[in-house]
Design a protein. Structure first.
Length: 145
């Protein structure tokens, strides 16, 4: 089985949000949103050449997949804004559903991660913006408790 097919199969069968496969090496996350990608990047793990399957890939996630060095991605849902990022980086991609944008969890507007990377051109800048936004959201959540 090709790595991307294996990743897609695990995404469907293991109740996870993100899967990376390269041969017998498999990384799985059940965390929500963009957290799996941030954690993979922060861990320093070498995921170069892995195939990835993810539930949702927008522009922010696409930038982080570029930093991870994956060679191909499948997303159950992918935004049109992710396509140029992947194309410019030479990452093969496929999707179940192509959508114009990624919405926030409440469905009331754009995803905060997508807003964070609007106008950003490099994966490194995107990673910094995503981390900053995650920290701001965490602080906001703590204040409301």
């Amino acid at each position: 089985m090709r790595d991307i097919e294996h990743a897609k199969s695990l995404l469907a069968s293991e109740n996870c949000s993100c899967v990376l496969v390269k041969g017998n090496s498999i990384s799985i996350s059940r965390k929500t949103g963009i957290l799996p990608l941030v954690e993979f990047l922060s861990s320093g793990a070498d995921l170069t050449g892995f195939s990835a399957a993810d539930k949702i890939v927008g522009r922010a996630a696409a930038f982080l997949f570029v930093l991870l060095g994956v060679r191909e991605i499948y997303a159950s849902v992918m935004s049109g804004a992710a396509l140029p990022v992947l194309q410019q980086s030479g990452i093969a991609y496929s999707y179940g559903i192509l959508t114009p944008s990624i919405e926030n969890r409440a469905g009331t507007g754009p995803c905060p991660m997508e807003k964070a990377v609007a106008g950003i051109c490099t994966p490194q800048e995107a990673f910094a913006a995503v981390r900053h936004t995650l920290e701001a959201l965490r602080k906001k959540q703590e204040e409301s408790v």
